[in-house]
Structures are given as structure tokens and as C-alpha cells.
Design a protein. Sequence first.
Length: 266
Amino acid sequence: MVFRQVRVAVVVAAAAVGLAGAAPADTPKPQDSQGTKVGYFSYEPLAGDNKTVGYFSDQPLPEGEVTPVSRLPGAVQRQLASGGVVAPQADTPDGYKLRKGSRSTDYVYKSADVYAIEANCDSNGCRPVQQVKVAIKEYVRGRTSKYWEITFYGSRWTGPSHFHMDYFYECGVNIPNASDETCSTWKSDGAQGHGSGVAVNNQQIVKNFGRTAVVTKFPMINMFVTFADGSHAVGDDGKSGEKFRGWDVCVTNTTTKLCHSTGDGS
């Protein structure tokens, strides 16, 4: 059985970009509204028709090849089967996850590459239409500084060269043996709250994560990718964007740096 796609419009807020050393202007986070599901796709049976999906994966699709649906991420298989999306279990607010990667020094963490994929699918499988490689880097300034720098990466992998990225930023607090909180809801200690804007490759934003000592904090970045045809990549929670959790930062009064180990949001 094949399906007809019913595409639901997605609107992603875009604001002025915050460059290194300057905080971006805050704009509202994209939200579900009454009667509009942000970033969802639904399908109805219709023989003889193809369908297009947009999703994120830790592996790209081979260019020029057909990939069986059984080899796609489970969330995509559920989309194609009209079985809905199962929200992933996560301790972080709104389901942010550490996207693998590595802590290269006491001050630098870089996520693994994640691929925003637009694919055209039929009963034989899926072919890539456009693929964009995205990642984030977290740099903690250290010493008595309570700032981290977040770098966005986004580049063409296959298909059209044109695409658009936006970001949403939030600061998280790692609460031992309990669900984590955001910095703004946890305590007023100078941590900058959420912000959003347009993201470009190698762009940096600088944020204060608060002065409270003997606490663990981490950045949260939602990266939104709009493909050349105006469609959007959907995360593993069924909504637009891929949610990156940063590495835990051990905040002290003296030398603040990345913790030796980190929570991953699971």
C-alpha cells in the first residue's frame, strides 16, 4: 500500500542573529497552536502515489540509491505507516538529547553530525531529495567566567545547495535523580533565558549560564532545517527541529569547566 501526503504548514520564528559576544533578541519558541500541529506529517492511503518525508538521522541516505523503509529510523517508519509518532523518553525539558560526539578538552564538546533528510518514498523504498549536515559545538570559557559559546554548523550534503536554518536556545539544570529544569524556572542567578533566531554555518552565540556554584548546567539547542522546497525536517518527537543537549558544565566559583561525565537526556 502506498500513500498520499497531506502536508501541514510549519512556521518557524526567525529573529536577528546573535554573533559572538552579543546576545540575540529573544523571540517566541515555535509552539503547537489550536488546530495546527507544528512539524507533523500525516498520510492517507492512495494507490499509485509517492510521498515525501523530512526527518533527522545520524546516517545520511546513499545518493542515487533506494533505501528500504525497514532501514530508516523507527520514527520515520511510523510516519510512513500512519502509525503516529511516539514521543521519546527524556529527563531533559522537552526531550533534548546528547547527540553523541565527544568532549575533546575540559572546555570543548562537539556533537556528532546529524543529517536533515528530505526523501521521496514509494513501495520500493526512499531516495534522498536533499540532505543537510548539522552539528553544534559547546565551548566553556573557563576560570571565573560564566559564559559558554555555542557554534552552529550546517552544510549541504547532497541535493540542492539552498536551505535555511533557525535555532532555539535554552539553558538547562541537571537535577540528580529527578527531571531536569531550565535555568529560568530553577533560579534567578543571572542565567540568560531562551532565545531564537536565524542560524548560519559557523555562527556563534554567547550566553551567560548563571553564577550559582556547585551546580551542573547544560545548553539546549533546537536546530530547525527548511529544505529548498520549503518543507521541514522533523525530529524524533514528531515536531520540527532536532533537539541537541550540550555536555554538562560543573559550575564553581573558580575554574568552571566541562564535567568529566555528562547526562545524555535519556
